[in-house]
Design a protein around this ligand. Sequence first.
Ligand code: GLN
Length: 539
Amino acid sequence: MSAAKYIFVTGGVTSSLGKGIISASLGKLLQARGFKVTIQKFDPYINIDPGTLNPYEHGECYVTNDGAETDLDLGHYERFLNVPTSRANNITTGRIYNNVITKERQGEYLGKTVQVVPHITDEIKRNLFLLGESGEYDFVITEIGGSIGDIESLPFVEAVRQVKWELGSNNALVIHLTLIPYLKAAKELKTKPTQHSVKELLSAGIQPDILVCRTEYPLPMEIRKKLALFCNVHLNSVIEAIDADTIYDVPILMKKEKLDERVLAKLKVHSKEEPDLEQWKDFLGKLKNPIEEVTIGLVGKYVSLPDAYKSIAESFVHAGSQNDCRVNLKWISSEDISKETVKSILDGLDGVLVAPGFGERGMEGKIEAIKYVRENKIPFFGICLGMQCAVIEFARNVLGLDASSTELTPKTKNPVIDLMEEQKKITAKGGTMRLGAYACKLKKGSKAYSVYGESMIQERHRHRYEFNNKYLEAMEEAGMKAVGINPDSNLAEIVELKDHPWFIGVQFHPELRSTVMNPHPLFVKFVEASVNHKKSIVH
Ligand code: GLN
């Protein structure tokens, strides 16, 4: 195919209908037919990026290889498509306005009044076309955050109207994801909210081409006909999106409903091939028919909102399937853990993961949890702050140091986790986070090396503090080895314990690289270690 075709996904009636999963599933189906696909997300909020958002507000912040802090839906895009995203895949209103205002200050608008239309919408369109114009993709799917009718998303909706008009119906189409509620008392599925939502879209000048209808029950023919009639879409473009057991079923359900065929027909693209979903189905088959079962404790600060650890939870789904194992996650608030409670909370777990996080709240609980799993030889996996806590725990309880991280105890005597000297100078100005992919060299003979099966890896980072190399020698002598080293900065990126069945802490975020087609080896081997641990315990 020559020029990229554009597919827009809007949402109606309510939020949380799963636009990200529908976009990723459609992307998967097109990719499985041999097309090159990318998915981008436009978020209507004013923050320049979600980096500064509290995870309770917006779930996890997903970091791309090029170091962009982005919306968690980009994680779904990568997990489904197995293709990395970048800064260009997530644009917010804040970024658009920031670009426009910067240009205005530089005098680029030559004295003109700068307005939402055309200046903001032009900047939206410029960003919208960036990926398509790279020549790398046949399809660019653009998810518009929020729901139709929101004040904030209006400029994005207007940009979509313009693009649809400019490119014509062979090159751009709009999929509207909507809700068909079921009224228990009336025992009926209701189409009215969707009719209203489509009216709202029409008043913005957009006729949706395809309706994807979230529903708890199958859509009967008369409901489909009613939707088609009132919303001006073809009957075969009313697509049922019934609640699924797992998000990974959705591509299969969308294929049954022929979403991909409708898209291709409308965009006049010929595809002889049926989507090749064999590997995907193998994954689903293993996921749904586990032989083993383990329970892993996830110790974190934001456990009441599991979206805050989305990528970690999904990595366990991938790794579980690979191991033919159901992984039950027990969400544990680190603030509940103390010397007194640790045994009762962690007892019986087959493995413990200590999660990433920021700030001192809950850190002592994490350290306490790590002491328990280290001493009781329970498989342990520490990610980012989890690794830092493992280092502090070891320094305190094995080396006997009065140690901490300067994030937890700014004036600690032994800052085993600290800011780097160069960072300290820039702290005042902010922007000291290490973000994006960095190389890491693994030591031969280490557990990490055997997990990866290679010596040079790339992993994504998002943190400020680092392992303090001043303490490296003492740590190593006592049994905590730095087995993954950044070849440029010499920073320790992976630590592991010698006399422990499975104790690995990583400064990076492996969960951001785990996909259905490519489960992350650290998660795969951690689940395997948890299965082995369970088997080794005689009940
Ligand atoms: N708060 C720690 C740091 O900034 C860890 C960050 C994280 O876990 N992502 O270094």
